[in-house]
Write a protein that binds this ligand. Sequence first.
Ligand SMILES: NC(=O)c1ccc[n+]([C@@H]2O[C@H](COP(=O)([O-])OP(=O)(O)OC[C@H]3O[C@@H](n4cnc5c(N)ncnc54)[C@H](OP(=O)(O)O)[C@@H]3O)[C@@H](O)[C@H]2O)c1
Length: 305
Amino acid sequence: MTKTILITGGTGLIGQRLTELLLAQKGYSIRYLSRSKRSIKNVEVFEWHPQKGEIDAAAFEGVDVVVHLAGAGVADKRWTESRKEEILKSRTQSTELIAQTIRKMSTAPKALVNASAIGYYGINTGDQLLHEESPAGNDFLAEVTSKWENATKEIEEQGIRTVKIRVGVVLSPQSGALPKLLQPVRLGLGAPLGSGDQYMSWIHIDDIARIFMKALADETMRGAYNGVAPAPVTNAEMTKRLASVVHRPAFLPNVPAFMLKMMLGEMASIVLEGNKVSCDKIVRAGFEFEHPGLTEALKDLLGKH
Ligand SMILES: NC(=O)c1ccc[n+]([C@@H]2O[C@H](COP(=O)([O-])OP(=O)(O)OC[C@H]3O[C@@H](n4cnc5c(N)ncnc54)[C@H](OP(=O)(O)O)[C@@H]3O)[C@@H](O)[C@H]2O)c1
């Protein structure tokens, strides 16, 4: 029987790949909730404006699973106070709006798969391996993810199976971290950022999309799962491997932290800090990575482009 999946922020990096994989697998009908009504092949698009409390409730009729990915891009703009508020509220208010909409329905969806981020664990965790039960941090991104996860409780309390995927640094040639890391490396200007010792818990775009697929289909999954590959590396190691895959040198001294702070402001913490996150729980749930190793993952991603 066909399952109907409603994806918020389906137009984004993870949502697009998740959609392709679900459609390829057959047996899924896909809907999006988007801030703009647009025409997308094989997808039924409904409109919402979460910050204004506006939503087309018809989007939820007959839906089996809601996948909530929408949120203002964390690394898109400098973190002014108003941008920080948008980053937070685009996630919490949208989740609250989903909860309110579902509450009014006679037949609610069976499950919610909500994005979260490994930023949950906070910065300054060094090389400590972080598991799902590790405590939340107290910097800005940790606060955003904690509040986002807390907002899903209102949906869980309605008896809906709720899964939170704490997404790592997604590697894709299309957008996100990889094109930004690659730009200086291709020019032969690749260098570790700050100390270079900060961990990057990365994941190949196909594997994160497959984790979301598993979470929406596997009725035994509940609660938080880290969405990272088995082998996190330091920023210095990532730079070295990238340079080697694209056959460029990487001998320059580290980019000093103060320069990045001057350029990026508080947002510099995204590149200067990181954490080492475990994938044990998702593996125990039966997930098998297609791209567990960094060098192979980079070759796969960059070979296609
Ligand atoms: N990619 C990563 O490395 C990574 C890492 C950790 C966590 N995550 C989290 O995982 C989720 C999906 O990631 P992604 O990389 O696919 O995100 P993305 O490419 O930035 O797409 C997110 C989507 O959210 C919607 N959106 C943007 N701004 C919004 C706003 N102000 N209010 C409401 N909706 C808004 C947009 O859809 P419409 O234009 O159609 O409305 C957009 O396509 C995000 O919440 C992200 O924070 C991603």
